[in-house]
Design a protein around this ligand. Structure first.
Ligand SMILES: [Fe+2]
Length: 383
């Protein structure tokens, strides 16, 4: 990019990465009164017990009822359950939904009222002037969300299906513990969806108006790692080396995205998730090949970064490789479960053009062309 603009890259999250990194938990908690937020699944898998044992008396409340795709209501309920704990630290252990919920709970805690989140998201109510939420220590258990290194969380409106984002520089987690050992038991379906989510974060950072040399470097690294690492994990789910490569790719993709935000592929995904129940990682990645094709025509220098990262010979070859990866990972079956035919896509009511997402994309796109692009992607993957 040679338009003379200066670029900023900033990310304040302290990161511990590597197999066994979870052992740093007590050190990073620094004797603070702690709320633990997680899901039922984590509690069943015994991860919660490991966390509670490591923190001992520091744990003043535990909430295990976080569910996928957090809503205004689910985040308010979580806050009501833990508000009396008066915690200084929120430890969020789980997938993106748990870490996003932690951000909403932290914000409500700083605002001091359970009505604040609804007013903020639905009516644009401001953050308090002295917004000082409790610190968040994020421990992702999937390789893909990136929420452990961003200052925002996705919250849905349970009434309307609308997607909101809560975002504030003070909602960056203070620390992230990224321990690939925690991902070894993640089921295949979630492994695939979260890996594609990470791939989407990386590619969306490349074709983004906010791209910069640092986000490019991180994104290129992630795009280069994900296809082979995902294939290796699907072949042998307990392969520690492949799980580690996938976890590192998801982390660096998240770091890239933390400074660019996402773009058109995520924008198109929201009605697919809200109205048809398609998992986020599948919904936000199925259009990547078609979008790459478009970028190849209008911004060949940006497309070339992705082509090279995929070790492809051309944009067309990169598109073919991406579609082959989707098919080999079973993304078509996943899509067909939620979308019986391309006709179902015509019935979607929500917009594919989400402000703050679609307009990060280098090319201006309208609803009709986004719909056509989505249809082509669906038909190619599900053919
Ligand atoms: Fe995403």
């Amino acid at each position: 990019m040679t338009d003379g603009r200066t670029r900023t890259f900033h990310n304040p999250v302290h990161i511990r990465f590597g197999p066994g990194a979870l052992s740093a938990l007590a050190e990073l908690a620094r004797s603070r009164r702690t709320i633990v937020l997680t899901s039922d699944g984590m509690a069943r898998r015994g991860v919660l017990r490991t966390v509670e044992n490591a923190l001992g008396d520091l744990v003043v409340a535990t909430y295990t009822a976080v569910t996928p795709n957090p809503t205004v209501l689910s985040c308010t309920t979580a806050f009501e359950e833990v508000r009396a704990a008066d915690a200084e630290l929120i430890v969020a252990i789980g997938g993106g939904s748990v870490i996003d919920t932690a951000k909403a709970v932290a914000a409500q805690d700083a605002a001091g009222t359970d009505a604040w989140l609804s007013a903020h998201l639905r009516e644009g109510g401001p953050f308090p002037a002295d917004f000082l939420p409790p610190a968040i220590l994020a421990i992702p258990t999937t390789a893909g969300t990136g929420s452990e290194v961003t200052m925002w969380g996705t919250i849905w409106d349970e009434r309307t299906g609308k997607k909101y984002s809560i975002s504030h520089p003070r909602l960056y987690p203070e620390s992230a513990i990224v321990d690939p050992l925690l991902t070894h038991s993640v089921p295949r379906r979630t492994t695939v969806a979260t890996a594609f989510d990470a791939l989407s974060h990386a590619m969306e950072a490349i074709w983004n108006r906010a791209s910069n040399p640092i986000s490019d470097a991180l994104a290129i690294r992630a795009i280069g790692l994900i296809p082979d690492a995902l294939r290796a994990v699907l072949e042998s789910p307990a392969d520690p080396d492949a799980r580690e490569r996938l976890a590192s790719a998801a982390l660096v993709a998240g770091l890239a995205m933390s400074n660019t935000r996402t773009a058109l592929a995520h924008s198109i995904s929201y009605p697919l998730t809200a109205e048809l129940g398609v998992q986020h990682g599948i919904a936000c990645s199925l259009t990547l090949p078609e979008i790459l094709r478009e970028v190849g025509e209008e911004f060949p220098d940006r497309a070339a970064l992705i082509v090279q990262a995929l070790a492809a010979t051309s944009v067309a070859d990169a598109v073919d490789r991406l579609y082959a990866l989707f098919r080999s990972a079973g993304a078509g079956d996943e899509l067909r479960q939620h979308i019986g035919s391309a006709a179902a896509l015509s019935g979607l009511r929500g917009s594919f053009i989400a402000p703050g997402r679609a307009d990060n994309f280098l090319v201006a796109v309208e609803q009709a062309s986004a719909a056509a692009l989505l249809r082509r992607a669906y038909e190619t993957i599900c053919a």
